[in-house]
Design a protein around this ligand. Structure first.
Ligand code: SF4
Length: 388
């Protein structure tokens, strides 16, 4: 098997008490691996009793550590440090807690590894990178993960090549970031159509890997920044996510509640100009680079989800929605404060959003179903969203 990553995940160091948030909150429950479960059962004394009180399990099937009613881990102390680590050491934590935010997932015969940006420190590191991210492909040394069984090799290879093409497009800095995501969308749309009709895709791969062709495609796109389409999306997502139980993510939910009035104003004329000003901030090089890194991250994390159901359009639509929600947060928050919000606030927004989607991947399906329901999954509408 191969290991693919943009990050040196083993080098990540948690900043513990200095973290502006904590990863010990915002989850419903934490999966405990069988080895750690057995260890927790053997702990004596008050802490052992407390642990067993907070674990739900079904013999041979699962065991979870349950959070308190506010979504915090019961073992987090007032200094935002873990009582279990302080008492037993970090290596005694369950696999989930011990490895976070280092993530690995197998698709086909490739282990994809990344640092989850639901961790603010990992998000800060990603958004700080000025150079294009450089992928690394090596042999996978571990024995904990296995190649997928009976997967469609041909389809998987198309996904891998399409993904590599998209990353190449996203890192093509002679185009604006809005143009890059629009071209990725056109590319994936064509791939999706060809796969559904059983047409060969090799010509498309060639067409979309040539920079001159990309520039020529971009010259045919409508450059208008359509803010009302973006506002419509924000409203829809607020309603859709509200039904998906994201109220548990109170920080994030409060943000939606805070910003949604901007989208409900019947007379938007006074607000649109100001919104336009803050959307224009994304034309600045440093913000373009931040968006590029976020998009490359999102493609690595979300592009392969359920690839065997040939979800090309679903996955790219989700990535566009993810990016738009983030941009809306930055724009609305800047509008409120009267100037572009700081780097730290942008890091906090992307990490909050990421946590929501990481926690519950069924949200990807919910979002796409909503887009379909309101005819917002069309190529035209999605292209309007990409304009910046
Ligand atoms: S969110 Fe990241 S930096 Fe913060 S406590 Fe968790 S691992 Fe450490």
């Amino acid at each position: 098997m191969k290991l693919f990553s943009f990050d040196k995940i083993s080098e990540f160091e948690c900043i513990g008490g200095k973290c502006p948030d904590t990863c010990c909150r915002g989850w419903d429950k934490i999966l405990i691996d069988p080895e750690t479960y057995a260890y927790y059962q053997s702990i004596e004394g008050e802490l052992g009793d407390e642990l067993r009180k907070r674990i739900v399990s079904k013999e041979g099937e699962y065991s979870y550590l349950i959070m308190n009613e506010k979504g915090y881990c019961h073992f987090l102390n007032d200094n935002k440090l873990c009582k279990l680590v302080l008492t037993f050491g970090e290596d005694k934590l369950c696999y989930t807690c011990h490895t976070y935010p280092r993530k690995k997932e197998v698709f086909g015969d490739i282990v994809f590894a990344w640092l989850s940006i639901s961790c603010p420190e990992a998000a800060r590191q990603l958004l700080s990178k000025k150079e294009t991210l450089i992928p690394d492909l090596s042999d996978y040394e571990g024995s904990d993960l296995k190649e997928e069984e009976n997967y469609d090799r041909k389809l998987f290879d198309i996904f891998v090549t399409s993904y590599a093409n998209c990353v190449g497009i996203l890192q093509e800095r002679s185009l604006s970031i809005g143009e890059r995501i629009a071209v990725c969308l056109l590319f994936i749309y064509q791939i999706d159509t060809n796969i559904k009709t059983g047409t060969d895709v090799s010509g498309l791969l060639e067409l979309f890997s040539n920079v001159n062709n990309l520039h020529s495609l971009v010259s045919q796109l409508d450059p208008t920044v359509d803010i009302t389409s973006k506002i419509k999306l924000f409203n829809l997502m607020y309603k859709a996510l509200g039904k998906s139980g994201f109220k548990r993510f109170d920080n994030l939910y409060n943000l939606f509640e805070r910003f949604v009035p901007y989208c409900r104003n019947n007379d938007m004329s006074g607000v649109l100009d100001k919104l336009f000003t803050y959307y224009s901030c994304f034309k600045e090089n440093s913000l373009q680079t931040e968006l590029e890194q976020i998009l490359v991250y999102c493609f690595t994390h979300y592009f392969f989800k359920d690839y065997d159901s040939k979800c090309f359009m679903r996955n790219i639509s989700f990535i566009i929605v993810f990016l738009q929600l983030y941009i809306c947060f930055v724009v609305f928050s800047s509008l409120e404060s009267g100037s572009l919000i700081s780097f730290e606030e942008r890091v906090s927004f992307i990490s909050l959003l990421s946590r929501l989607f990481e926690h519950d991947e069924t949200i990807m399906d919910d979002i796409y179903t909503r887009l379909e329901m309101f005819d917002m999954n069309s190529l035209n509408y999605l292209l309007k969203l990409t304009s910046l």
